[in-house]
Each structure stands twice: as structure tokens, then as C-alpha cells.
Design a protein around this ligand. Structure first.
Ligand code: ZN
Length: 164
């Protein structure tokens, strides 16, 4: 029991955030650049997300009147416009999930920044606004996230503490 819990609307006792990654075959292209398209079995399984799962999830959420945040690598936004339209049509949020689900902390800082900013631009074009959320493609990023975020996602950055 949390003794100092914040007040929730309508006397709710807690809040829950549902989020969903739509990574699709971005990770296959990341791991097997140049041969990903020949890996048919893996490609088929990974395309299940945007082609089958997203419409089902959106329909289910519509039944319950719920919205959520979908975290998409920007590459997926470019390659799965129908899934993006499905997500946005029901008022769900699309947030930043790197460009190709890359290990951002393993890139040289300038390259990390370039891919981060490119992803922000892809999201802006698709949604009409800068992303308000970020989830690292792999659970690691470095300090550069803070200052790139300052330019790209000001509302989120104001609530963050930078680690250097
Ligand atoms: Zn992911």
C-alpha cells in the first residue's frame, strides 16, 4: 500500500499504462543487414505484429474505450504505413523507439544523435507532432539521449534527470 499516492481522477486507486512495441522486422534488418529479406520464416513471424497484431489490439482497445502508446522504430513507420494509420486513427500515441531498434549506446555519439534526430523527423511527418515518449530499442542509451531529447521532446525532458 502506498501511503502518499497521488490523487487519481474519479477516485481511482491506481493508474495503469499499457504500451506496446511494434518492432516488426526492424531487428532482423539490424542483425542481418543485407540478407534479412531472404530469411523468410523469421520475416513472416516478425511481420505478424504490424499486419495482424496491431489491428487486433486496436480493435480490442476500441471495445474498451482505451488508448495506449505504441513504441515504433522509425524504420517501421516508414515501412508499415497501414499499421501507423490504424494506430493513429483510433487516437493512440506513437512514441520514439530508435530508428532500427539499434543499440544506441554502442554507436559513436554523433551517429547516435543523427539516428535519434532522423527518427524524430519520421515521427513528426507521420503524426504531425514530435514524440512525447522514448523507449530505447535495447535497454541502454547514453547521456546523449538527454541533450538530444532537449531539442526534440521538450515536455518529456523537463521531467527527466540526466545521468552522465
Ligand atoms: Zn522494441
Amino acid at each position: 500500500m502506498i501511503l502518499n499516492s497521488p490523487p487519481w481522477p474519479e477516485d481511482a486507486r491506481c493508474a495503469v499504462a499499457f504500451t506496446f512495441d511494434m518492432d516488426a522486422d526492424s531487428i532482423l534488418h539490424l542483425a542481418h543487414h543485407g540478407t534479412a529479406d531472404t530469411r523468410v520464416a523469421a520475416m513472416s513471424a516478425l511481420r505478424y505484429g504490424p499486419e495482424v497484431a496491431v489491428p487486433r489490439i486496436v480493435n480490442l482497445y476500441r471495445e474498451f474505450g482505451m488508448r495506449q502508446t505504441f513504441f515504433l522504430p522509425a524504420w517501421c513507420i516508414e515501412h508499415y504505413p497501414t499499421a501507423v494509420e490504424t494506430i493513429l486513427a483510433d487516437g493512440h500515441e506513437i512514441a520514439h523507439h530508435n530508428y532500427l531498434h539499434e543499440h544506441a549506446n554502442e554507436l559513436p555519439p554523433e551517429l547516435e544523435r543523427r539516428w535519434f534526430e532522423r527518427s524524430v523527423e519520421v515521427i513528426k511527418r507521420a503524426t504531425g507532432q514530435a514524440p512525447r515518449g522514448y523507449r530505447a530499442g535495447f535497454p541502454a542509451t547514453r547521456w546523449i539521449f538527454c541533450w538530444t531529447t532537449a531539442f526534440a521532446m521538450t515536455p518529456l525532458c523537463s521531467a527527466m534527470t540526466c545521468r552522465t
